[in-house]
Ligand binder design. Structure first.
Ligand SMILES: C[S@@+](CC[C@H](N)C(=O)[O-])C[C@H]1O[C@@H](n2cnc3c(N)ncnc32)[C@H](O)[C@@H]1O
Length: 275
């Protein structure tokens, strides 16, 4: 691939998704785009870059962007945020008027393990939440992972990563060698396509936002912009979880770390005026 083709593809993916492709990612481009090249009958990445310059290449540009996303996920990934959520939810539920559902957003949800982990916690905590309803929204830029998330079916390998066996037995049934999430949990989650770079305001306000292991792929200005946009959708007493390698430090003042809780952030509380 010529440096011009690489720069063109990297520019296209960054403008559409925020994902940064550094020149050392040439190999990744090759491996991830081979199936797409075959499907399109294109011989090389240079030919792909050329095709993408055509005005009618919208669907192809979308497919290229999606193919270059990293969709790695697992149940209860990193543990800590889910432990914190378990402790935080009862107080959040008490602070809401009866009948106002708790709103939880798994932004960049990939194949749905994060959203379903949250659903399992909500099911477990139901008595402590005093009958407060909850809704979970899972969003991602990639259609293919969203289709898998909606299906709610996981391989043996996937359920072995992070899902305690008691929860597997309680909430999943085996079906043709895979594990299907229980309908009651499936019904708690809605999945929809949403680019984190788009206007997030139509989604409304959330009590809890998980936005984990996606900002690492963005450059600092894009991270800062997305964090500010997420903070704007977070309830004043809500909590936002980032991935283990992600931080708000030096990027935004709209969020501050929850003291002593790794990966948990909140909106800065207004300081009391002296006098
Ligand atoms: C590594 S997965 C993280 C999944 C899950 N949050 C976790 O921590 O296990 C990153 C996800 O971010 C999605 N993604 C990348 N860029 C995005 C964007 N601009 N808007 C929304 N989702 C995006 C990818 O499609 C991918 O599914």
């Amino acid at each position: 691939m010529t440096p011009e083709s690489f720069a063109f593809l990297a520019g296209l993916v960054k403008s559409r998704s925020g994902l940064i492709l550094t020149p050392d990612k040439g190999y990744m481009l090759e491996t991830r785009l081979v199936p797409l090249l075959r499907r399109e009958g294109l011989p090389t990445l240079d030919a792909l870059a050329l095709r993408l310059r055509a005005p009618s290449a919208e669907a192809l540009a979308e497919a290229v962007t999606e193919a270059l996303t990293t969709n790695e996920s697992s149940f209860f990934r990193d543990g800590k945020p889910f432990e914190h959520l378990r402790r935080a939810l009862p107080a959040l539920a008490r602070a809401r008027p009866p009948g106002a559902p708790l709103r939880i957003w798994s932004a960049a949800c990939s194949t749905g393990q994060e959203a379903y982990s949250i659903a399992m916690i909500l099911a477990e905590l139901a008595p402590a939440l005093g009958g407060q309803r909850a809704e979970i929204l899972g969003t991602d830029i990639a259609q293919e992972v969203l289709a898998r998330a909606r299906e709610g079916c996981f391989t043996q390998f996937e359920v072995q990563r992070g899902l305690p066996v008691q929860l597997l037995v309680r909430h999943f049934t085996q079906e043709e060698g895979r594990w299907r999430i229980a309908p009651a949990l499936r019904a708690m989650v809605r999945f929809e396509r949403r680019n984190l770079l788009s206007d997030l305001r139509p989604l409304g306000s959330f009590d809890v936002i998980f936005c984990r292991n996606v900002l690492i792929y963005f450059d600092p200005p894009t991270k800062a912009r997305v964090m500010a946009a997420l903070a704007a959708q977070l309830a004043p007493d809500g909590v936002l979880y980032l991935g283990g390698a992600e931080t708000v430090l030096g990027l935004t003042d709209c969020l501050v770390a929850v003291p002593g809780e790794r990966g948990a952030y909140e909106r800065p509380r207004p300081t009391a005026m002296a006098g």
